[in-house]
Design a protein around this ligand. Structure first.
Ligand code: MN
Length: 332
């Protein structure tokens, strides 16, 4: 598809950001820490320049990520897009319109600016995409530092500092994933120097779990499946188990960590069945050079080389698992 969206440099991005227009900041459905942290950090930067803005997402911010945005004014307002009278829309951490869910079709105007770090996607506006950034939060930091340098803001607002740190730590799995670069650490160090509460943010992101989440992970461990001499690990939680254990989709959000932890696993995936119909959500991780974004793309999904996801339809969870296995085996 031919589009004439413009590739922006940092200077141009800053100029566009500084335009005083009521802004709607949107981020992808089923938001993660990077999406929430980046959106709210950007909102604080705009606020600092007296530019009105609200954040909007198709889904609610999950309970476990709410600490990132809860101290902010104007948190995610589901219908804000219709009433706010925005003059500009900026999308963050969202590679394609489909990831934005229904809000994309409900917007009263096109997206004007896109800030992202995904390597594969469909640009839907003039964009600044840095695939070398471990998180969109890294780009927001560079933007903030630039705004300080050119005197548009005096300093990075304290609330934005914690948001950026949470965004970066979230997308790097606490600086453990291979997307982590020297620049990631340098930015994180700078944010800590500026006052980011690294220990507390990391505890909340990675070490704090609800009873239901621990039960979900226990069930995932009980249902651990190992294939191809241990090179592939999986877990599959059907709707019946979800109901029986009284788990929400959010409770099941971290079950991928169980197969991923298997010492021999090169590729790990989890399958869950959100409803009683034949629709399944897959999370996939790579502990090797296998590109799981490519595997998930075969089902219309995507993500990063080592962390991706997709959804698929099948008659039952076993068939869904077989379909995913077949696709992985073509790539391993
Ligand atoms: Mn991200």
């Amino acid at each position: 598809m031919i589009n004439d969206f413009k590739v922006l440099g940092m200077q141009e991005l800053c100029e566009r950001i500084c335009e005083n227009k009521k802004t709607l900041i949107i981020f992808h459905a089923r938001p993660d820490g990077d999406a929430v942290g980046s959106a709210f950090a950007l909102r604080e930067l705009l606020y600092e320049m007296n530019i009105q803005s609200v954040c909007l997402c198709d889904d609610e911010v999950p309970e476990r990520l709410r600490f990132i945005s809860e101290s902010m004014q104007g948190s995610v307002v589901p219908e804000a897009d219709m009433k706010f009278g925005h003059e500009r829309v900026i999308s963050v951490d969202s590679a394609s319109p489909s990831q934005l869910g229904n809000i994309f079709t409900r917007l009263l105007r096109n997206v004007d600016l896109m800030i992202d770090h995904h390597a594969s996607g469909t640009p839907h506006a003039d964009h600044y995409i840095d695939t070398g950034a471990a998180a969109t939060g890294e780009i927001i930091y560079l933007l903030a530092a630039y705004l300080v340098r050119i005197g548009k803001i005096k300093e990075i607002p304290p609330k934005a500092i914690n948001c950026m740190y949470a965004a970066i730590s979230s997308d790097t799995g606490g600086f453990k994933y291979s997307n982590t670069t020297p620049r990631t650490h340098m930015i994180a160090a700078k944010l800590i120097e500026l006052g980011a509460d690294a220990a507390e943010i990391n505890r909340r992101l990675f070490d704090m779990k609800s009873v239901a989440q621990i039960i979900a992970e226990g069930e995932a461990a009980r249902r651990l499946r190992v294939f191809d001499g241990g090179r592939i690990a999986a877990t599959a939680i059907p709707y019946s188990a979800k109901v029986e254990l009284d788990l929400t989709d959010e409770d099941l959000g971290t079950i991928i960590e169980i197969p991923r932890a298997l010492d021999t696993a090169e590729v790990a995936f989890s399958i869950r069945q959100p409803e009683s119909r034949g629709f399944f959500r897959v999370s996939m991780r790579s502990n090797s050079d296998v590109d799981v974004a490519k595997i998930c793309a075969a089902f219309g999904g995507g993500g990063h080389i080592r962390a991706a996801g997709c959804s698929l339809e099948a008659e039952n969870i076993e068939q869904a698992l077989e379909k995913v296995l077949t696709e992985i085996r073509k790539n391993i």
